[in-house]
Design a binder for this molecule. Structure first.
Ligand SMILES: Cc1cc2nc3c(=O)[nH]c(=O)nc-3n(C[C@H](O)[C@H](O)[C@H](O)COP(=O)(O)OP(=O)(O)OC[C@H]3O[C@@H](n4cnc5c(N)ncnc54)[C@H](O)[C@@H]3O)c2cc1C
Length: 378
């Protein structure tokens, strides 16, 4: 294949694309805004599913490396009522299809697998345009440009490549999450550590939810979901950590203190993350020589699928290109034919669902149903 492939963004999607291309002997270059691999903490756990993320890792020939970073026991799942009573409690017996890893570890095995120099760090794309000869030019914040035969936008929610294909922009979904961490939880926050348990815990009431995970060691990481407009959050002063925590905790009045301690006992200042999504079913007409993957293509409300899908997109795009070395447009058509319905279907999933399961409206009921089904199917 003689096409010069330019990937914008070294997230899990862009890295998987480059890796699977290289497995097939196809070179590619990634341009990444961050200045180095260590520029930003990659915090957070990801469950990597056997029906999408793991398929990508197989295509990347990285299953052995993946197994080595799995944190055993973290597929345990608890669903609590706001008063702390247990609605559902499932231990991790090691046979589940969603092993948990730290996002940073996963990113690292992908980075380590690439040929040296594949990622050009500190190159933030600011704009892209189509040239008269049909190729695409990307401009970077440092004033440099690159012209490419095949340009792939793997640059996440606020993609600078997407405008070549679609006018869509992410819209606020009416909900934000506040992120907190409790460190050395077994000794410093033992009641809350027991409440979260060995893996993940979720508790939910209308418009309010707390999802927490036991990460590496005994760090508890929580996403506190509050369904309010952005103006509501603008009235909370997040520069005052204690005040902001108290204000968010106030929204969980009547909840068991061992759950709300995930807000009030945070060892880090609460971090506000407004949630955005592209329209469900976002798609575009084929434009020669350019496509998107991952959040750039189908950003949706977090439901545990986004990173998995980004990786599968990257793997499938690479495989399509490897299968049609002399016909990039056919490869892109094949890739997008699978991409569009898959991402539209995934956007409708609730956390804990899989594409094979029914979806409903109540996240907790869905979780219980999904995990019960998983239990029964063993
Ligand atoms: C709170 C929260 C929790 C989540 N939890 C989960 C989960 O448990 N499981 C799961 O599967 N998914 C989860 N997701 C979704 C997941 O994080 C994303 O879907 C996934 O990271 C998308 O991967 P990506 O490679 O497409 O984009 P990204 O991970 O966003 O990577 C894009 C890359 O492009 C770079 N970039 C951005 N702009 C530019 C630019 N202009 N020029 C150059 N480079 C650029 C960025 O620095 C980044 O490295 C969660 C999301 C949120 C918000």
């Amino acid at each position: 294949m003689t096409t010069d492939i330019t990937i914008i963004g070294a997230g899990l999607g862009g890295l998987t694309l480059a890796r699977v291309l290289q497995v097939h002997g196809i070179p590619a270059t990634i341009y990444e805004a961050e200045s180095s691999p260590a520029a930003r903490s990659q915090g957070g756990m990801l469950d990597i599913h056997d029906y999408n993320g793991q398929l990508a890792l197989k295509a990347a020939d990285l299953m052995e490396e993946f197994r080595a970073i799995i944190i055993e026991g973290r597929q345990a799942m608890k669903v609590l009522a706001p008063d702390g009573s247990i609605l559902f409690d499932q231990a991790d017996d090691g046979t589940g299809g969603r092993p948990e890893v730290q996002r940073g570890d996963l990113r690292q095995i992908l980075l380590d697998s690439l040929e040296p120099g594949t990622v050009r760090w500190g190159r933030k794309a600011t704009a892209s345009r189509t040239l008269d000869d049909g190729r695409h030019e990307v401009t970077f914040a440092d004033g440099g440009t690159v012209v490419s035969d095949l340009l792939v936008g793997a640059d996440g929610a606020w993609s600078r490549v997407r405008p070549l294909l679609s006018p869509a922009t992410p819209q606020y979904i009416g909900k934000s999450v506040v992120e907190t961490y409790l460190f050395d939880a077994d000794t410093r926050h033992p009641v809350t550590a027991r409440t979260v348990g060995a893996g993940a815990m979720v508790a939910h009431s209308p418009g309010r939810e707390i999802f927490a995970h036991r990460e590496k060691g005994d760090t508890l990481h929580a996403y506190v979901g509050v369904a309010e407009p952005q103006e509501w959050f603008a009235a909370v002063d997040f520069t005052d950590a204690a005040g902001a925590s108290a204000r968010i905790a106030q929204e969980f009045g009547g909840w068991a203190p061992q759950i709300t301690a995930l807000i009030t006992d945070s060892d880090t200042p609460p971090v506000l993350r407004p949630l955005y999504a592209l329209p469900t079913g976002h798609r575009w007409d084929r434009v020669p020589g350019v496509t998107l993957l991952g959040d750039a293509a189908h950003l949706s409300a977090p439901n545990g699928e986004g990173a998995n899908l980004a990786m599968l997109d990257g793997a499938e795009l690479a495989q399509a290109l490897a299968s049609h070395p002399d016909d990039v447009e056919t490869a892109l058509t094949v890739y997008e034919r699978a991409l569009f319905p898959r991402s539209a279907q995934a956007a409708l999933l609730e956390p804990g669902d899989s594409p094979q399961s029914d979806t409903g409206n109540n996240a907790v009921d869905d979780l219980i149903a999904a995990y019960s089904r998983e239990e029964q199917s063993r």
